[in-house]
Design a protein around this ligand. Structure first.
Ligand code: 13P
Length: 282
């Protein structure tokens, strides 16, 4: 089944004032949950794997699983947080339609240089490239803005990295963080607005979607966020189901138990398709 380059979905979303949800997947069952829910809600979606998930399946295996699914609306397959050009190229060779190289912890010139190289080889193949500037860290109990590695995105530098590299989407750090928020995030909307003004019409990405309050999410989308990444809430739903099932003796028959835990992710996928405004946009 045909998968689309992510930029096609994001440009439409940016122009239409909604965002496309991007879901972390780790095998055929989780991909099927996203596909079924997206088809029911007629929504464009992105499915993504990072180097964590790619420890268990190769890029070729994930690409095969994704292509076996019948997405009725546009869908993209993304390498999330690619940590090396080698992994980026492995995913391109395997049939991913989109790749992120995350060098956000490295100096600007190194980040820009590496993204420029990726864009140079990916674009002739019609593959979308995402970069990150400023670093989105992990939520922790001591700081609403993420861990000590978090740095906010500078609007001028954001415009510069897009101009210098030709990338198609940029992940921004505006007080968002990966993982479970221990306190509600405080987004720097003024900064997001400045980034948006410096990059008119350009798709911006919000990592760390899980736990974002609805009003903050909607405001961020109105200010240019066109893609929202979600992982932790899926894993939490899966885990909660397993723990409640395994609270009994004897534990349920394993294949049924895993299938039930997988099914528990459906409401999460539905929630994010609706919150981002992607429902009916496929
Ligand atoms: P969450 O786990 O906080 O939803 O973040 C997902 C993410 O941004 C993956 O890149």
């Amino acid at each position: 089944m045909h998968l689309n380059p992510m930029v096609e979905l994001l440009r439409k979303a940016r122009a239409g004032g909604y965002a496309v949800p991007s879901f972390c997947v780790w095998g055929s069952a989780s991909i099927a949950v996203v596909r079924r829910t997206a088809n029911r809600l007629k929504a464009p979606v992105i499915i993504m794997t990072s180097s964590f998930e790619l420890k268990f399946f190769s890029p070729a295996e994930i690409a095969r699983m994704a292509k076996a699914e019948e997405f009725e609306s546009p869908a993209a397959l993304l390498l999330d947080h690619g940590d090396s050009p080698e992994l980026v190229h492995a995913c391109i060779d395997a049939g991913y339609t989109s790749v992120m190289l995350d060098y956000s912890l490295r100096p600007f010139n190194e980040n820009a240089g590496a993204l420029r190289e990726v864009a140079r080889s990916a674009h002739p193949l019609g593959i979308t490239v995402e970069g990150e500037l400023g670093h989105v860290g992990k939520a922790n109990s001591s700081a609403a803005e993420g861990d000590a590695s978090s740095t906010l995105t500078d609007p001028d530098a954001a415009a510069r990295i897009v101009a210098e590299t030709g990338i198609d989407a940029l992940a921004v750090s505006i007080g968002n963080a990966h993982g479970q928020y221990f306190r509600l995030p405080r987004f720097d909307f003024e900064r997001l607005e400045m980034i948006s003004k410096a990059l008119p019409g350009f798709p911006l990405v919000l990592h760390g979607g899980s736990g974002t309050p609805e009003l903050d999410l909607k405001k961020a989308i109105s200010l240019g966020i066109s893609k929202v990444n979600v992982a932790t809430e899926l894993v939490q739903a899966f885990k909660k189901s397993l723990l409640s099932q395994w609270n009994t003796e004897p534990v349920p028959w394993m294949p049924v138990s895993i299938a039930e835990a997988t099914e528990a992710m459906v409401p999460v996928v539905e929630k994010w398709i609706r919150l981002t405004g992607a429902a009916g946009k496929g």
